[in-house]
Design a protein around this ligand. Structure first.
Ligand code: C2E
Ligand code: MG
Ligand code: MG
Ligand code: MG
Length: 284
């Protein structure tokens, strides 16, 4: 019986592995088409200044529309890009596209909207990073204060002094540098000491438990305090409900991002949202 069960399990495993591989192969093909100009998009998710009740920034998130019109899961797209080595090409594409679209929005509206772009570890380790970013700003006409880069703690793990120099150069030019998914990686506090960080983003894992979890509440409050005392901005990610927003504010949160305000949307929809103004539920 044990043997039989073992075999059935292996079959199930093989099947799901097969499905995963098929999906990855499809995603890799879509990614290559995307980089060749078909179906790749940047969507923007607003970041809200809770005191002003205004969108001050938006995070650029890559989206890929498959040939059947469906959206490919972004996390899978980025994973496959990492595995195939296409991540630096994808990252460059997103950077240029996001800066182009936001520069245009700023020109058309006169608003000082800023954009944050995610950087992969591989991209962050490129010796030409600062030159590339400054070149894109120059070409697209986006002012350096209109751009921030988000690095995860795992991306920072592989850092050396050369990368530090690149980031310092970018900071000196006014580009923001932030730590994404703060609190989920290793030696978070070391990164705050070593790198020219201007903001942190509290991972959505800590927001999921609010308002119920006292532990999550203590963590979110502590990160807000830490950021404030270090002179950094702190964005709380993944706010889905008005209750979570109330909790975040009670815990000293000043900036928030999440489905409560908006999902990631294409630029025209972001523009509409900015014109209409964002609904921030009042703080009771
Ligand atoms: P991230 O940088 O932490 O981005 C936030 C993710 O959380 C996005 O998922 C966003 O849609 C999602 N999110 C935002 N608000 C909520 C909420 O209230 N509830 C829930 N459940 N989710 C929320 P998305 O777009 O699927 O992206 C996943 C990850 O893929 C990103 O996580 C980032 O690590 C990576 N990624 C996306 N675009 C790029 C890119 O251009 N370059 C690189 N290197 N990575 C990217
Ligand atoms: Mg991010
Ligand atoms: Mg994040
Ligand atoms: Mg994440």
């Amino acid at each position: 019986l044990a043997k039989r069960r073992g075999k059935d399990r292996a079959d199930v495993y093989d099947e799901s592995l097969h499905a995963t591989n098929q999906s990855r192969t499809r995603t890799a093909a879509a990614l290559r088409r995307g980089l060749a100009g078909e179906g790749l998009q940047v969507h923007f998710q607003p970041i809200v200044d809770l005191a002003l009740g205004e969108v001050v920034c938006a995070e650029a998130l890559v989206k890929m529309v498959d040939r059947d019109g469906g959206l490919i899961r972004t996390a899978e797209l980025v994973d496959v890009a990492e595995e195939t080595g296409l991540i630096t090409a994808l990252g460059s594409w997103v950077l240029r596209q996001a800066c182009t679209e936001v520069a245009q929005l700023r020109r058309e509206t006169g608003w000082a909207m800023a954009v944050t772009v995610n950087l992969s570890a591989r991209q962050a380790a490129l010796p030409g990073l600062a030159a590339e970013v400054l070149g894109v700003l120059e070409e697209t006409g986006l002012e350096p204060d209109g751009l921030s880069l988000e690095l995860t703690e795992s991306a920072l793990l592989e850092f050396n002094d050369a990368t530090l120099t690149q980031l310092n150069t970018l900071r000196d030019h006014g580009v923001g540098i932030g730590i994404d998914d703060f609190g989920t990686g290793y030696s978070s506090l070391t990164y705050l000491r070593r790198f020219p960080v201007s903001f942190v983003k509290v991972d959505q894992a800590f927001v999921r438990g609010l308002p119920g979890s006292e532990r999550d509440a203590v963590i979110v409050r502590s990160v807000n305090t830490l950021a404030r005392d270090l002179g950094l901005a702190c964005v709380v990610e993944g706010v889905e409900t008005a209750e979570q927003l109330h909790a975040v504010r009670d815990l000293g949160g000043l900036f928030a991002q999440g489905y409560l305000f908006s999902r990631p949307v294409p630029l025209p929809a972001l523009r509409d949202l900015l014109i209409r103004g964002i609904e921030v539920p009042p703080h009771p």
